[in-house]
Design a protein around this ligand. Sequence first.
Ligand code: HEC
Length: 326
Amino acid sequence: MSPCSSAAARPLVMLALLPMLGAAACTGRPESVLTRLPQFPAFVHQNAASIALFRDADAGARETPASADRIGRLGMTYHAYRFSDEARRSYEVARELAPDEYRWIYYQAFLEKSVFDFSAAESLFRRALDFDPDSAEVWAELGDLYLSWNRPDDAVESLTRALALDPTQPLAALGQARLALRTEDWTGAVALLTPVLDGHPRLSLAHKYLAQAYDNLGRGDDADRHRSLGDYGSAIETPLMRELHELSIAAILEGDDPSGAPALMQEKCTRCHTSVRIEETQRDRRWWAGTVRRMQREAGWAWLSDDQAASVVDYLATREAAPASR
Ligand code: HEC
């Protein structure tokens, strides 16, 4: 156990004093915290607004090096921009200062999963479940992790736990449906996925799996309908992850030159899907900024810089959308 976490073992009567004790124990060696905080990475693809965000978060953490909250927040900022090493360093310091804080365990679990460190992610999700054993969301993430890890038996166990807690947990239903498709249980897949669409009507993967199931059941019309909806749609995001992703949105709300955006989008936005839905969708600036950030997280900042993203957002929020084709 780290010197900073020893406060957790003190008697219960001192609980109210714990934050102060923790601080006292750790401020004894604030330099050590300071040296362990990440150095700034090279901000090659970030704009001034993003860099200001990092400077503020970093200054906040260094000002009070015993504050797990501020250090965790710094980790979230790095995480939202996919600076994984810097995010990990921050979360680890935050977890050492506040070993019982759920958020830093949770966020680091997602981080490790996203960089395919499956065993680190597994132990962190399990630790999160120690705190919140009835979280359908975390059981679903763990099951999804086992699916990626090719551990189907463990996946079934976790996904079943998740669905017992919440039968429409979208990630758990998707995972369980994927396993049903593997064993050619077409009606099982339909039964798992149909209720999920009520809450998540544009969940692409659900439509893709349903198309496959209906094809095999000989229901071509239903298969075609779901295939067209499965082209691309929304992703699943947990509330805590949404809060993290939100951190990066403001920095691309203020694009000032949309003139290059159509050509840029022609090159960049047709890499993974068609532009049909982009053309027919009319949403506000914040929605577009959130969506473009999601695409950046998929494809990376080297693919689309902050300046380019801001100009695309400006264009999409101000143009006249084409009428919906379906
Ligand atoms: C790296 C691949 C990739 C690139 C590049 C990409 N997208 Fe996407 N996009 C996706 C995926 C994957 C989804 C669907 C996510 C899902 O359904 O889980 C999606 C979905 C969408 C949606 C539907 C969102 C919704 O909630 O309805 C829009 C709009 C969109 N993309 C716009 C764009 C724009 C604009 C660009 C260029 C700036 C772009 N995409 C570039 C992968 C990409």
